[in-house]
Design a protein around this ligand. Structure first.
Ligand code: ZN
Length: 219
């Protein structure tokens, strides 16, 4: 690992963005290299020939795809919820269940995917139901660990609606577990974050968990 995270020690001769061959052992400023050129080099390191016809446009596609998959970095909760918070007297649990979720694990850059279940008990304010999945998108479209993703969704909802409690459950399959290493192909990971009444009142928490943890998962 390097000291500042921006430069890498060039271990083998590599082709820079400008097409010049770097002498062995020099420091390459990777921050000057285009995203596409990095992916082209990545293909080479994987033993591929980036010039063969099938891969010709792959660096461009992958760069675009990765930008899209991490577009959450440029999104804010403020924008996503906008004017979607309303004064309302409703004071029972609101639950949005089975929100599809696609994210990428920050350890392997491989997808994890599943569902999020989000509940809150209003305290004078409710949020438009269509805004809830948008909250998930903001945080899922970044490099993540499932635990942090779950907490971030809970915090965002808590800040936006100032409810009496928030409960979030995320259940997901991780491709880094399923297709590499341990190959635990059927294991799913469940994480939860509970705040306010969902934490202090066991009956509220139990009702929430009973409602969300249905026997079947991806149907
Ligand atoms: Zn992983």
């Amino acid at each position: 690992m390097n000291d500042d995270g921006l430069k890498l020690e060039a271990r083998e001769p590599s082709v820079s963005a400008g097409g010049e061959r770097e002498p062995e052992g020099t420091r390459t400023h990777l921050s000057d290299v285009s995203f596409e050129a990095l992916i082209e080099e990545q293909l080479r390191r994987m033993g591929e020939n980036p010039d063969r016809p099938g891969l010709e446009r792959t660096p461009k596609r992958v760069a675009e795809s990765l930008r899209w998959l991490t577009r959450g970095y440029n999104a804010s909760v403020q924008e996503a919820i906008g004017d979607g918070v309303f004064e309302e007297k409703h004071d029972s649990m609101v639950l949005v269940k089975d929100i599809e979720l696609y994210s990428m694990c920050e350890h392997h850059l491989l997808p994890f995917f599943g569902k999020a279940h989000i509940a809150y008990i209003p305290d004078g304010k409710i949020v438009g139901l269509s805004k809830v999945p948008r909250l998930v998108e903001i945080f899922a479209r970044r490099l993540q660990v499932q635990e942090r993703l779950t907490e971030q969704i809970a915090s965002a909802l808590e800040e936006a609606v100032e409810p009496r409690g928030v409960g979030v459950v995320v259940e997901a399959y991780h491709l880094c577990m399923m297709m590499r290493g341990v190959e635990k192909q059927n294991s799913k990971t469940i994480t939860s974050a509970v705040r306010g009444l969902f934490r202090s009142d066991p009956r509220t928490r139990e009702e929430f968990l009973r409602l969300v943890l249905s026997p079947q998962f991806i149907s």
